[in-house]
Design a protein around this ligand. Structure first.
Ligand SMILES: [Zn+2]
Length: 406
């Protein structure tokens, strides 16, 4: 097993699922198991200023580096609570033949459903045993950053900018940078290493809002309900029926946004519906919110006597405009992957990252690939070769920063 794979496998075996229902930071104490392991490894590597905060953010600095812009590298320690994440048992599919991979519990990974999986035919594909997610999101990112730190320390003659790293908790529950201290971090620009296909460096994410509905009806015995019952369950059903199916996530891709009803709970007297709205453009997001308000007005007139409350809140914003102001961040990353022989492109990540919020906190942050795919599912996989390309791409990117800063 090569060094990066050994690291990756060691990290995925530590259970770190975050918990959306907890209000503590980190949301689950098990995230400290990996954070403390990394704190120890960073210290043993010879990193400077290693500091683990009470809220579970781990910071460190690579010794040395030229004066000028300080570059930050970030990955998150938690795994998604959407799939089981306890006792991950990594499986190695050596000399993969390009055919679907069958795991336990009927889980199947079909290369036809992953645009670039066949790139790795003949390589070793790493998966879980089918009972859990793998955790390449984002332990591949952690392994890549740790390996990069070790390489920089062992090769002090490599010209490089000053480099700092941070490992965050709770990215998967949208709270990764709630307690992030940009001054402690000290970077002028940063990369999250939390992407997917090796051919894509992401410079934008969605604008993201939540849209939650509280519906109050009127409970009456059904035998004598005529003319007086107002059924909140029916209103919730009508609400979802009024949404446009072409705007649902299952019918959206690329730079499309979506409206996603993801939770419904209700009785005659009261129902609750939770949604998220996503759009890459500001104008598109305004339209989505207007559409929600129009649906509310329609429901109010359809069900007189009901109370329908729509609460919309911003979750994160597209940092694309911020990243356009200084193109070095994205261009150096694209060039870094090109030096690995990868035809790299600038992409749009269809989900939030710590980087979107960090960009608005004053640290412009783009997202680098890890090579992992089908995140948040029991079909999650990564190729050894992909992990290696993601590592080499990051190293080359830092070399290019070093060349430009002279
Ligand atoms: Zn992630």
């Amino acid at each position: 097993m090569n060094s990066i794979t050994e690291r990756f496998v060691r990290y995925v075996k530590v259970s770190t699922a975050s918990d959306p229902n907890s209000s503590t930071s980190p949301s689950s104490s098990r995230q400290f198991d990996l954070l403390r392991m990394l704190e120890k490894e960073l210290t043993e590597l010879g990193m400077e200023k290693v500091f683990l905060s009470e809220t579970g953010v781990l910071y460190a600095k690579v010794p040395g580096g030229m004066s000028g812009d300080v570059i930050g590298l970030i990955a998150h320690v938690d795994t998604s609570p959407d799939s089981p994440g306890e006792n991950v048992m990594p499986q190695f599919h050596k000399k993969w033949d390009g055919l679907p991979i069958h795991l336990n519990e009927g889980v199947q990974i079909d290369p036809d459903q992953c645009s670039d999986m066949l790139r790795y035919k003949g390589d070793t594909i790493i998966t879980s045993d089918g009972s859990t997610l793998l955790g390449a999101d984002d332990k591949a990112g952690i392994a890549i950053i740790m390996e990069t730190c070790e390489w920089l320390i062992q090769n002090p003659s490599v010209r490089r900018p000053q480099i700092v790293v941070a490992f965050t908790p709770d990215e998967e529950v949208g709270r990764g940078v709630d307690n992030f201290d940009v001054n402690q971090f000290g970077a002028d620009f940063a990369y999250t290493v939390d992407g997917s296909e090796v051919s894509e460096v992401s410079s934008e994410t969605f604008n993201a809002w939540s849209a939650n509905w509280e519906i109050t009806g009127r409970e009456v015995h059904p035998g004598s309900a005529a003319g007086s019952m107002i059924n909140a369950v029916r209103i919730a059903g009508e609400l979802i029926a009024l949404m446009r199916s072409e705007e649902m996530p299952e019918n959206s891709s690329g730079r499309d946004g979506f409206d996603y009803p993801l939770y419904v709970n209700g009785t005659t007297g009261h129902a609750e519906v939770k949604m998220i709205l996503r759009d890459f453009t500001t104008e598109g997001m305004i339209l989505r919110k207007l559409r929600m308000e129009a649906i509310r007005d329609c429901l109010v007139s359809l069900f007189p006597g009901s109370q329908i409350e729509l609460i919309m809140k911003e979750q994160y914003s597209n940092p694309g405009e911020i990243l356009k102001k200084d193109k070095r961040l994205v261009n150096f990353a694209l060039a870094g992957f090109e030096r690995c022989g990868i035809a790299s492109r600038e992409g749009s990540i269809r989900g939030g990252t710590d980087g979107s919020r960090l960009s608005f906190m004053g640290v412009p942050t783009a997202n680098m690939p890890t090579g992992g795919e089908l995140f948040h599912s029991r079909r999650e996989w990564i190729a050894e070769g992909g992990l290696q390309i993601a590592l080499d791409g990051l190293k080359n990117t830092l070399i290019i920063w070093g060349e430009e800063l002279k």
